[in-house]
Each structure stands twice: as C-alpha cells, then as structure tokens.
Design a protein around this ligand. Structure first.
Ligand code: GLY
Ligand code: MN
Length: 462
C-alpha cells in the first residue's frame, strides 16, 4: 500500500470531478471455486484498490461529494475467524490507514444508501462485473441485478478513467517492479524452450515465478507453439524443433500493478530464414510504434502506421500486393493482424476495461471503428504524459481465416492467396512491450529489456 495521503488525495480529486451525490465503490468478495470455503486466490477490485487501498475481501467505501466525507464499511473479525485465520486489523484501523476516520459495520451500508435514496440524492456506482456485487447493488438500490450495469454512473466512469489513466510516480514504480518480474518470467521461458519440453511445464514455471514474488500472473498465461491463436490457453503440446513458441505473460506487483510482455522464440534456439523474415517485419512494427509514441499523438494513428509497416513488409515478402496505403485503409492487412496495437495498463492488465473500452481508449475526438481488425484496437485516443500502454504488433497465419477470406474473395487486390497458402503452417508472432509516455516520447517500463532482437534471442537461448 501507499501512504494514506495518496488515497485521500485521489478521493478528493474524485469528489471534485463528480461534483455531487454519494459515490459508492464496492470491493470484491471471496469467489468460491468448487465449494464455499475453497476459494480462488482473492483479487480486489482495481478501483477499490485505487481509492481505498486494501486488498482484502468484504469491504466497501463511500465518498460523499456534497459533505466531503468518506466512509469505510466492513465487519471486524470474530473469534472464530481469529482461530482459523489469525488476528486481523480492525476495520477502524484499516480505514485509518487510508486516511478515513469514519468506519462502520458492513450492514450499515444499506441504511446509508437507503437514506440517500429517500432524500433523492444521486448514488454513483461503477458497472459491476461480479454477480455477487450485482446482487448487492440490487439489495442496496432496489434496481434489479440484471439492470444495475445500465444504471451505473457515466460521470463516475469518466472521472475514474481521467484519474487512473495518468499514472503517479508511485504507480510507475510499481509497474516497473511488475515488469522486472516479467523479465524473469520471459527469460526463464527462453532458457526452457527446447524440443521435447511441454508447453504446460514452461507455463507452470512462469506462473510460479510470478507467485513467488507474492502475487499472481496479471492474466492467464498465453503460451503455445500455435501462436496463430491470439489468446491460446491450451498448453497441451510438446515443443517441436522448427516451431515458434509465443509467450504472452505478465505478473502483478504486491500492490497489484501489472506487466504484460510477449515474445516469440524459435524452439531450440535458432530462427529459420522464413521465421527471420516475418519476425523482422513484426520487430520493425514494434520499433516504429516506439518511435512515434509521445504525448499528443493518437494511438489510432500509431496503430495505422504500424499496419502500413506490416503491409509493406508482407508486400516485400510477396504475400500482399498493390498500394500499401490503400490496403491498410481497406483493412486487408487485418488478415495477418486482426488485433489492435495496444491497450492501457495499470492496476488491470487491460486497465479499466470493466468501465467500458469506449471511455478508456476513446473519447469524443477519436471514436471506435467497426472495421475488422481496427475494431479490436483497445486504445485509440491521444496519448498523454503518464499513460502506460502496450506496444504489441503481431503477424499471424490463421488457416481458417485464410480459407474463409479466400473463399469469400476478400481483398483480392491486396492479398496473394497462393503465396499466403504456403504459410498456413507458420503459426504466429507477437512482440509486446509496456511503455510509459514521457515528455517528447516514451520509455520501456522495468529495469531490463527482455531480449527482442534476433541476435539477443538466439544468444540467451544458447
Ligand atoms: N496480453 C494479453 C492481451 O493484451 O490481451
Ligand atoms: Mn497486452
């Protein structure tokens, strides 16, 4: 946790932005895996962490935007809890640690919200994504659980996005720590990636490295020699010489800040010449984004420029043809890169995705697109100093998609399907780094840069 003043200042800023009413921020509860007492590892809600700091289940907070007061709700542990879990700080102590002097039993929450509703005061809450909190909101507000998301507060969403988007120095330090763990995970994968080793074994080692630093991975590890499947969580294959292994993995720091890196490496340690060709194109895309990313530029324009680098590279390789600018405008390159260049990162790996991507990655100026490929760009708006985003271009050969586009005669002016067919056994490449936007440019987060050039990768895999 940070100093208590960090949280007090954030809450003050939130009250100022929202202006009036009660702002209700619900923490998460334990989530049962297979019976109530056998729970998944607890993960606190990220907005609760941001404004109230505590990573324990069973709490809620209220910010009164009219009176300027904050309230913390939770139940003190019982003797039974102490016997099984050991002594725990009181709710009053927890509240004090984040600068709040008014704490109450959890049951009091209903009374406070009920009174405010009776006084016709506005209750602002964020869109819940866990069903128990949907049910709790129904109980507190009288709005049916199935409808509570629709009644979440747009003013609150926009205010939270404005605050959480720009990372404070203490947050950047935490992201750097998460990236240091990411470095260890990815370099371990590079050393283990040999023919005959199972994907599951390497995945387990990476998950263990993250856990050994106190928290879990920042999302379910993606690790596969079938990298053409963008989010491949099937780790059932045994690595084969000549294939590529794609690893997209990250960790959380002890304060739940995230890292998210992807590397694609040759099983056994040496790229083939065909792999070098495609890898060099993706690396050029990655580097072009780094050159361009700076305050004031829209990430949509960076994404589109990267797509032109990809299309030019694939044209040079004989897989695309025609005018590169027109090909990208038409969306033909999306056969190879059906996803966006990146997303925001912070206390969530896809930061604030629960609040709605159209508010996090877009604004009144830059609107989401419906075009295949571009529609998957999570972050399009103008970059600001203090944003942490990912730079993650890729190039994939997805046999089913290739067959479908060929059958549908899609973009035949720009795609040479006879040449593309020969790559259907290639797999996929993605290269991902996390970057902090700083004055005039960007910097990698974390102390050390995970090997990325062909030479660096082959060297560490020796
Ligand atoms: N690293 C997973 C993703 O960005 O979707
Ligand atoms: Mn990512």
């Amino acid at each position: 946790m940070f100093e208590s003043t960090v949280y007090s200042k954030r809450r003050q800023a939130l009250r100022d932005k929202v202006g009036n009413g009660l702002i209700l921020i619900l923490g998460n509860n334990e989530a049962p895996a297979n019976y109530p007492d056998n729970t998944y590892k607890f993960r606190q809600d990220s907005s609760f962490l941001y404004f109230f700091g505590h990573a324990h289940p069973g709490y809620a907070g209220i910010l009164d935007a009219d009176s300027g007061e904050d309230y913390f709700f939770g139940d003190d542990v019982t003797m039974d809890d102490i016997i099984w879990m050991g002594p725990q700080p009181s709710v009053k102590e927890l509240a004090a640690r984040v600068g709040i002097d008014k704490s109450f039993p959890f049951g009091k929450l209903k009374e406070v919200i009920g009174k405010a509703i009776a006084q016709r005061r506005k209750i602002h809450f964020l869109p819940p994504y866990r069903y128990d909190n949907m049910l709790l909101l129904e109980d507190l507000t009288g709005i049916r659980a199935s409808l509570v998301r629709q009644h979440s507060s747009l003013e609150l969403i926009k205010a939270v996005v404005a605050l959480r988007s720009v990372k404070e120095p203490c947050e950047i330090e935490e992201i750097d720590k998460a990236c240091n763990i990411g470095y260890e995970m990815h370099t371990a994968a590079m050393k283990l990636c040999k023919p005959g080793v199972s994907e599951q074994y390497i995945t387990g080692v990476l998950d263990g490295i993250a856990a050994s630093y106190g928290n879990m991975v920042s999302f379910a590890t993606i690790l596969s020699q079938n990298g053409q499947t963008l989010h491949n969580h099937d780790h059932s294959q045994i690595l084969q010489a000549g294939r590529l292994m794609l690893t997209d993995a990250g960790a959380e720091s002890t304060t739940n800040y995230c890292s998210d890196h992807t590397r694609t490496i040759p099983v056994g340690g040496k790229f083939t010449s065909r792999q070098r060709d495609v890898y060099s194109i993706v690396l050029a895309c990655h580097d072009r984004a780094l050159e361009l990313a700076r305050p004031g530029i829209t990430y949509k324009s960076v994404h589109l420029e990267v797509c032109r680098v990809l299309a030019q590279g694939l044209k040079d390789l004989g897989l695309m043809k025609g005018n590169v600018e027109d090909a990208v405008a038409a969306g033909a390159h999306a056969l190879f890169m059906p996803h966006g260049l990146g997303h925001m990162m912070g206390i969530d790996v896809h930061d604030m995705e629960d609040l709605g991507q159209c508010y996090v990655g877009y604004d009144d100026e830059v609107r989401p697109s419906k075009q295949f490929g571009l529609a998957s760009l999570r972050m399009g708006r103008r970059l600001q100093e203090g944003f942490v985003i990912t730079d993650e271009p890729g190039c994939y050969f997805i046999p089913d998609l290739i067959d479908k586009w060929r059958a549908d005669k899609m973009h035949t002016d720009f795609l040479d399907f006879n040449a593309i067919d020969k790559y259907k056994d290639f797999g996929g490449i993605r290269l991902e780094d996390d970057i902090l936007i700083i004055p005039g440019g960007s910097r990698f987060t974390g102390e050390k840069h995970i090997p990325i050039t062909i030479e660096e990768v082959e060297e560490i895999m020796k």
